[in-house]
Design a protein around this ligand. Sequence first.
Ligand code: ZN
Ligand code: ZN
Length: 241
Amino acid sequence: MATNPLIQADWLRPAIDFLFPPLCLGCSDFHEGDLDICNTCLNRIDKREHPVCLTCLGGLENSVECDICGDDAFPLLAYGEYVGPLKEVIISLKFRGLKSPAALFAQKAAEQFADAIAALKPQALVPIPLHPTREYFRGYNQAALFARELAGQLDLECDMSLIQRIKRRRPQSRMNLRSRTRNIQGVFSATSQSNEPRRLLLVDDVVTSGATIREVRRVLTGAGHTVVGVLAIAHVEGHNA
Ligand SMILES: [Zn+2]
Ligand SMILES: [Zn+2]
């Protein structure tokens, strides 16, 4: 689907930066440099040094396998906690039309999780699709922006052809995991049964309870693929109850 041209205003950015020097997205102060965030805020991000298992929330320090969950393990590689400056930057990426943080955090996440990604051996990245109507009005899918930047960093394909979002769902920010799981059922559909099964790493901007991620995994697994984990910019901690 074509994106809304009114929202595609990247060409205005140099002029806007000249007239209004950039403010840090984390602390709102003026700062030098090309990044959207100042060095102080970048250092204040609560980074995740290791992947966690999304099933039991245990840390996966030495491997991408979980001793507790075995085959049910689901490695989550999240660059940081969804708090402080990282939360502010993601809100700008998601709701204020500012796309440049996708490249910054793709580079950071690819560096931080180089060993874990190599151990998972993905053959392609799959961003979580937005509903086409929402993507049209936002002008882009922030998870896809992040995934495309990551694909460049990791020299992997970003495959958006395998799954689509066929239904809108009710907002789920106040729901618990069981309600979220029910709310997300039937929202995604695999585009076809795969003749060429692949190892896929899902990509999203923010992972909360993981209900969406698990549903996407279920649909892609049903189509014959193996989902090896999920890579995100941030994880909302304490939401797995
Ligand atoms: Zn700052
Ligand atoms: Zn586990």
